[in-house]
Ligand binder design. Structure first.
Ligand code: HEC
Length: 169
């Protein structure tokens, strides 16, 4: 009986020690152990990245730099560019915007947010850079962003093609 009590005491002490140690696992009580990954300057999640340094150029070429306004069109609107733009438009855009860009593509009737009529002044009066940014970033919930599917050159070709769109009289 005495032995049993002694064992019980030992287990009780071990149990409490184990419980206390457990608190330090799974970050119940968090100790900031110094690990190598932490000894370096790093951004915390949700922390604002620094502004782009002055005079730096995006690796992809003349893309927009945040807070620096719409980019300039570096691609001349020659036959080659417009032909490429037309081809890309028929593949990526006409299902919504229609072959003539009038917002009457085959799926336009079935979507809630109607595609823009690109022949109208509203669109044509916008700068090349502004159209480029819309094509690159899309319009949330309305038009998909194309920056991952089309190269920078492709998107400027599309801008040049959109400039040729006129509403039939
Ligand atoms: C899923 C259908 C869909 C596809 C695909 C699509 N668009 Fe759009 N696009 C829209 C809608 C909807 C709007 C209008 C957004 C709004 O209401 O602001 C729009 C707006 C635009 C505008 C802005 C017009 C303005 O006045 O600001 C441009 C430019 C444009 N699209 C070009 C393109 C090009 C180029 C492509 C192909 C690379 C394309 N779109 C593919 C649905 C689409």
């Amino acid at each position: 009986m005495r032995l049993f009590k002694q064992l019980l005491g030992v287990f009780a002490v071990l149990g409490v020690a184990f419980a206390v140690l457990s608190l330090f696992t799974f970050d119940v009580i968090k100790i900031d152990w110094v690990t190598f990954m932490e000894i370096q300057p790093a951004y915390k999640p949700m922390e604002n990245p620094l502004a782009v340094p002055a005079r730096s150029i995006p690796v992809e070429g003349p893309l927009s730099i945040p807070n620096m306004g719409a980019p300039e069109n570096p691609v001349a609107a020659d036959e080659v560019s417009i032909a490429r733009g037309r081809e890309l438009f028929m593949i990526n855009c006409q299902m919504c915007h229609g072959e003539g860009g009038q917002g009457n593509g085959p799926i336009a009737a079935n979507i809630v947010n109607k595609p823009a009529n690109l022949t109208l002044d509203v669109t044509q009066s916008k700068s090349d850079g502004s159209l480029f940014l819309t094509i690159s970033n899309g319009v949330l919930g309305r038009m998909p962003p194309m920056n991952e599917n089309l190269t920078v050159r492709d998107r400027w070709d599309l801008v040049n093609f959109i400039r040729t769109l006129v509403a039939p009289k």
